[in-house]
Design a protein around this ligand. Structure first.
Ligand code: OAD
Length: 284
């Protein structure tokens, strides 16, 4: 074990309260594209055409087409070893608050995989499941995979691509199905007749107030903020890390590339989440 890894493990072992702050990089090994850097979504697409209220008002069909494509990627992805290890760690330990900028549901599904492996239910033969199961042993006190997902449910600063919200009555609901973006008429609509939109935060919109407050409250009292896979470029979410640091807490950063936190990290672990995170949070 490297000196940095063992220093980070010590910090986490000594902390009663930890905030885990994740970005697109934690899902990269699952096959989810990140936003910045080589292959990042904002290299191929213009945010102002696809991820703003104005873009949706101008062309809801185009916006839904893009989100439908991204929803398809999410649906086809599996949680990776980082999601599973974090999920299992949260099921085993008190005092961890997960805050994510991601709109996918891979953290919840990672906890489900950890619980399933433990419960010996629903495991598929071969492939990723077996690999995950081998690395995710017994989780006590979890009766079902669904309960595991609920227990690790992250504070979502940028919403959820798996949920939709009505433009007219504001009702929010899980929205699992495929999207038919052939025309505005075929786009998803609410029972009230209003057009649904993806329940994500677009550029120019405020973050959900409750989520933001909960994230900052947790960050202010955390002894350690564990940052995984984010450039730290988008505010106010990025300030969660500074909140912990400003209150005297430590910062651990896991990322294979440069981030805005590199100068303030107490421990910097250069590497992929799927490699580093399981080693960081495993017992023993
Ligand atoms: P970015 O695309 O800005 O950053 C992704 C980070 O993940 C980079 O630092 C990469 O080095 C790192 N990374 C890549 N592969 C990794 C791996 N295998 N393990 C760990 N890290 C890896 O994504 P975010 O910082 O999440 O906002 O972006 C923040 C926000 O900008 C997003 O939530 C989104 C976007 O515009 C909204 O849509 C409102």
């Amino acid at each position: 074990m490297t000196g940095e890894l063992s220093a980070a493990r010590d910090l986490l072992a000594q902390a009663a309260r930890v905030v885990v702050f994740t970005g697109a990089g934690v899902s990269a090994e699952s096959g989810m594209p990140t936003f910045r850097g080589a292959g990042g979504l904002w290299k191929s697409f213009r945010a102002e055409d696809l991820a703003t209220p104005g873009a949706f008002a101008r062309d809801p069909r185009l916006v839904w087409e893009w989100y439908g494509w991204r929803r398809g990627i999410v649906a086809s992805c599996r949680p990776n070893l980082a999601h599973v290890a974090l999920g299992r760690w949260m099921l085993l330990r008190e005092g961890i608050t997960l805050v994510t900028q991601n709109v996918d549901d891979l953290h919840e599904r990672g906890a489900e995989e950890a619980a399933r492996a433990s419960l010996h239910e629903g495991r598929l033969p071969g492939g990723a499941d077996s690999q995950v199961a081998a690395r995710a042993p017994y989780v006590p006190d979890v009766a079902t995979a669904g309960e595991a997902a609920a227990r690790v449910a992250p504070i979502r600063l940028h919403g959820s691509i798996c949920h939709a919200r009505c433009m007219r009555c504001e009702a929010r609901a899980p929205f699992p199905g495929p999207v038919d973006a052939t025309s505005v008429a075929t786009l998803p609509h609410c029972a009230c007749g209003g057009l649904l939109r993806p329940d994500v935060v677009w550029f120019g919109e405020s973050l959900p107030e409750g989520a933001l407050q909960a994230a900052f409250a947790a960050a202010a009292t955390a002894e350690v903020c564990l940052v995984v896979g984010t450039t730290g470029a988008v505010y106010p979410a990025a300030a969660v890390v500074h909140e912990t640091r400003g209150a005297g807490g430590k910062v651990i950063v896991v990322d294979p590339g440069e981030t805005a936190y590199d100068d303030v990290a107490d421990v910097r672990l250069w590497g992929a989440a799927g490699e580093v995170v399981p080693a960081l949070v495993a017992e023993g």
